[in-house]
Design a protein around this ligand. Structure first.
Ligand code: AHR
Length: 495
């Protein structure tokens, strides 16, 4: 028997804003993310670029309205010495990228290149400082180099390198995955390191730095507990969390040729974000009941085996309708917890893990994940409308998940947007939506879906998957009826 899904959307007096920074991205010196993906160099390339940065990538990311970009890692960040990446390119020392493929890093993409990219994108930079193998002095000098207006050793050096005005970087990570590649630290030890490093990262030019502590690995709740307890809150603007949708780290499964069991496992891991956010938030609430400190999910996404024949250290994977499902449900979770989650970063922006863009020489394609993030960006900085949802199950073998996921917001111009996902690959879902006296007159929308879960865009067929007009919604009075196709993402606009 087929039950009806029920969604109630209401206005709230609490006025929670869905921070646009939930739509952040992440660019690490890893595989072909920076080199090839973002930066092709100024010489010997046919790829249109400005100062070595691909124009096609910049245009595509602008359409996405990316609010912030995290760099230079990841694990790489705790091996990175920023002074190696400034000054004349021919004279920069090289290093070995020990975490990612053991390749030589020539440092031709450095601080100026990254911060100029952010300016072109209209995105805020989010710099990850080196705590694992760096020094306090090195990090304090980086802050001075990019943020100090007056005369000082580092701001003078910046000017010698061609940049007069500071960039005023607000977002700073104090290390990355300190529990693992960032130094295998215990939480108490890291909390002390954090206190020390954060103390010597000066606020500048009247702007207060937004310092983010390296956060928990998925369900390591003790990590969050210790950071919230041991770090003075005036030094702490955000606590991070990393969670990847992986069922088995030893056997991650292919990115395209997966079966339904693997799909179900991935969805279960993606939806586990809900429990993670609830439990980490509950710990934060104990120490910070006014929710001044943000939960920053600065790495999330699907992680599979690399594409056959590619370097295992480069983490290059394709991106299917399964990834669109991960993006849709995860962003809905972030919206619905926007009171605490005020920043997030999908891993990673191009050619690495769950990318929005893939490149091959001169060619570039937009992935299903790109399209979800583009459809959803109407929620950026909009007011959250709380939802109550009764969903049918998506059952597989002896297990089950909720088939439908939803979130809603009202933007500054008065438009209401509703995002809906049906993760069930076989059944469509009829949803009755109660709009609680919101007095809306028209509905329109777009949908992303495809014949098969395993479908993806290729360099030969780049537009196989793209959003199209959605005709499955009808409004009468306060009641909206929606028919969601199997494995689909829908964004509705109501006014
Ligand atoms: O995103 C790839 C890697 O995953 C990052 O470098 C690290 O922080 C995480 O383990």
């Amino acid at each position: 028997a087929f039950a009806q899904n029920q969604l109630t959307i209401s206005t709230s007096s609490e006025n929670v804003i869905i921070d646009k920074h939930i739509y952040g991205h992440f660019a690490e010196h890893l595989g072909r993310c920076i080199y090839d993906g973002i930066y092709v160099g100024e010489k010997n390339t046919k790829i249109p670029n400005q100062k070595g940065i691909r124009n096609d990538l910049v245009d595509a990311l602008k359409k996405l309205k990316i609010p912030n970009l995290r760099w230079p890692g990841g694990c790489f960040a705790d091996t990175y010495h920023w002074k190696d990446g400034i000054g004349p390119k021919g004279k920069r020392p090289s290093m070995v990228n020990t975490w990612w493929g053991g390749v030589t890093e020539d440092n031709s993409f450095g601080t100026h290149d990254f911060l100029d990219l952010c300016e072109r994108l209209g995105a805020e930079p989010y710099l990850a400082g080196n705590v694992g193998s760096g020094t306090v002095q090195e990090l304090t000098e980086w802050v001075q180099y990019v943020n100090f207006e007056g005369k000082s050793p580092m701001s003078n050096l910046r000017q010698e390198n061609g940049r007069a005005k500071p960039w005023n970087v607000k977002y700073w990570g104090v290390g990355n995955e300190a529990w693992g590649c960032g130094g295998n630290m215990k939480p108490e030890y890291y909390a002390n390191e954090y206190r020390k490093y954060a103390t010597f990262m000066p606020d500048g030019n009247g702007a207060k730095l937004f310092r983010i502590a390296s956060g928990a690995n998925s369900a390591d709740y003790n990590w969050t507990e210790v950071l919230m307890r041991d770090i003075p809150h005036e030094l702490l603007a955000g606590v991070a969390l990393h969670h990847y949708s992986v069922t088995n780290w030893q056997k991650k499964g292919p990115s395209t040729e997966f079966d339904e069991k693997q799909y179900f496992g991935t969805m279960k891991q993606a939806l586990f974000m809900e429990e993670l956010v609830q439990k980490h938030s509950a710990i934060m609430d104990k120490y910070d009941p006014k929710k001044k400190i943000a939960l920053v999910v600065d790495e999330w996404g699907g992680w599979y085996e690399v594409e056959p024949g590619t370097n295992p250290g480069f983490l290059y994977q394709q991106n299917t309708i399964r990834d669109a499902m991960i993006a849709g449900v995860t962003l809905n979770i972030f919206h619905n917890h926007a009171d605490r989650i005020r920043m997030a970063n999908l891993a990673q922006v191009v050619n690495v893990l769950q990318s929005v863009i893939l490149t091959k020489g001169e060619k570039m394609i937009l992935t299903p994940t790109y399209h979800v993030m583009e459809m959803y960006n109407v929620h950026q900085d909009a007011t959250l409308l709380p939802v109550q949802l009764k969903s049918n199950d998506y059952a597989f073998e002896s297990d089950k998940l909720k088939a439908v996921s939803a979130s809603a917001s009202k933007d500054k111009s008065g438009l209401t947007h509703v995002s809906l996902v049906n993760i069930d690959p076989k059944k469509e879902q009829d949803i009755t939506v109660d709009l609680k006296g919101m007095n809306l007159k028209t509905v329109s929308g777009r949908v992303l879906s495809s014949g098969k879960l395993q479908d993806y865009n290729t360099f030969e067929n780049p537009n196989k998957i793209h959003p199209v007009t959605f005709n499955g919604a009808s409004l009468s009075g306060n009641q909206l009826k929606v028919k969601l196709p199997p494995a689909s993402v829908v964004v509705l606009e109501l006014k």
